[in-house]
Write a protein that binds this ligand. Structure first.
Ligand code: PHB
Length: 390
């Protein structure tokens, strides 16, 4: 009798022990996706949310036995709001991962919360080099401005561009673009005759472009954040700067695939350097673009979408590697060193820096079948963020 009770006790204890992790894993795995869904950066939010949902549609919403739940919040690209939303997501919703981050100030404002709560913070958009140094819990799947800027500073002097004016949006990623383009361009024998900076909020490019026209450099080198490119292009055309022989070059943010097709012929021939083009001719990208467009009424994915799509892959893979257990430190460790074929090409999450290593492509805007595309014509392989070398 006594023996039986003992045995029964042991059996139910074993059952309980076995049931505990099952119970823990029955909890959904929550991803708090904070994005600008309204306001000036709204296209970034729309692209990243669509890409994250496409990833889940293609790969299911269960990973290693855990149901994955996406909680989308609109920070309207105000960093104080981003931080407040992150705090609420961590404390109230108990999210396992924070992700998104449309602009650098939003990522920077939230990094301390990631550190304090040991929550992985997956940067899918923001691109200032130093973001990954703001917390050991930051992992980036977008790009860095120095990656893109250096490639163009190497290409331009070899292609008839000896003088340039830089025009950047006046905040951290713009300063990165300006600095890394200028230093490398000078090193290669080029000359930057003027460095102009326009405000992030409600920029008016007209007076700056007039100044560039008067200075008449071989090229105008531009960085503006995703969403602002069409306005630059329009004013560049209206001032007849292309006709005056000034070439427009820059990071691929200015010929953003979200807007490119509506920019008109003034965009034709514009050369940029970037990590993603919707025209990237790989089977993986063709599939990605077709399925993204199918799920989003024909919307063409841009480089923000690819940051969101690959960010979801990195999170899924990490959750898988922890056997569904998760945990902030375990997840970040499982994100480090991931290597995979993205629709953009081969990528690698550097285990030391938690930043992305990827190809940077030189692209020229061309018309194909009546549509404008960033057509890649050269590649610099496996580019590490040059901002980390200093
Ligand atoms: C940024 O704020 O880091 C940022 C935003 C949009 C871009 C690039 C960088 O296109």
């Amino acid at each position: 009798m006594h023996k039986r009770t003992l045995l029964q006790g042991a059996a139910s204890a074993a059952l309980l022990a076995a049931a505990a992790p099952v119970f823990a894993q029955a909890q959904p795995f929550k991803i708090g996706l904070i994005l600008p869904m309204t306001g000036q950066q709204a296209t970034t939010g729309r692209q990243i949310e669509a890409a994250a949902r496409l990833w889940m549609q293609q790969n299911g919403d269960t990973v290693a036995g855990r149901k994955v739940q996406l909680i989308v919040k609109d920070d309207t690209s105000l960093p104080d709001t981003t931080r407040r939303l992150a705090q609420e997501l961590v404390v109230n919703d108990k999210v396992d991962v924070l992700a998104g981050f449309g602009i650098t100030p939003s990522a920077m404002a939230t990094a301390p919360i990631a550190t304090q709560s040991k929550t992985p913070l997956v940067v899918m958009a923001a691109a200032t080099s130093s973001i990954t140094q703001a917390s050991p819990f930051v992992v980036r799947t977008s790009f860095t401005l120095p990656q893109a800027a250096v490639a163009m500073a190497d290409w331009a002097p070899k292609n008839g561009i000896k003088t340039a004016v830089t025009l950047v949006t006046d905040y951290a990623p713009g300063i990165d673009a300006e600095k890394f383009f200028r230093d490398r361009f000078l090193f290669n024998g080029g000359k930057v005759v003027e460095s102009l900076r326009v405000p992030l909020r409600n920029p008016d490019f007209a007076p700056f472009l007039q100044k560039v026209r008067d200075l008449k450099p071989d090229a105008l080198y531009v960085f503006v954040p995703s969403g602002a490119g069409a306005a630059v292009m329009k004013q560049f055309g209206e001032r007849g700067m292309d006709k005056a022989g000034i070439r427009l070059i820059g990071t691929g943010d200015v010929t953003d695939d979200d807007q490119l097709n509506d920019m008109g012929d003034v965009a034709l021939g514009v050369v940029t350097s970037h990590h993603y083009s919707a025209a990237h001719p790989s089977p993986a990208n063709k599939k990605f673009v077709a399925e993204f467009q199918k799920a989003n009424k024909g919307l063409r994915p841009n480089f923000m979408a690819i940051g969101g799509y690959d960010g979801m892959r990195v999170i899924y893979e990490a959750l898988k590697k922890t056997g569904g257990k998760g945990g902030g430190e375990a997840l970040v460790n499982a994100m480090k060193g991931q290597i995979f074929e993205s629709p953009r090409g081969p990528v690698f999450i550097d285990a030391q820096t938690r930043d992305i290593v990827q190809n940077i492509y030189l692209r020229k805007v061309e018309k194909k079948d009546g549509q404008l595309w960033n057509v890649e014509f050269d590649v610099i392989k496996d580019v590490k963020d040059p901002g980390k070398a200093r």
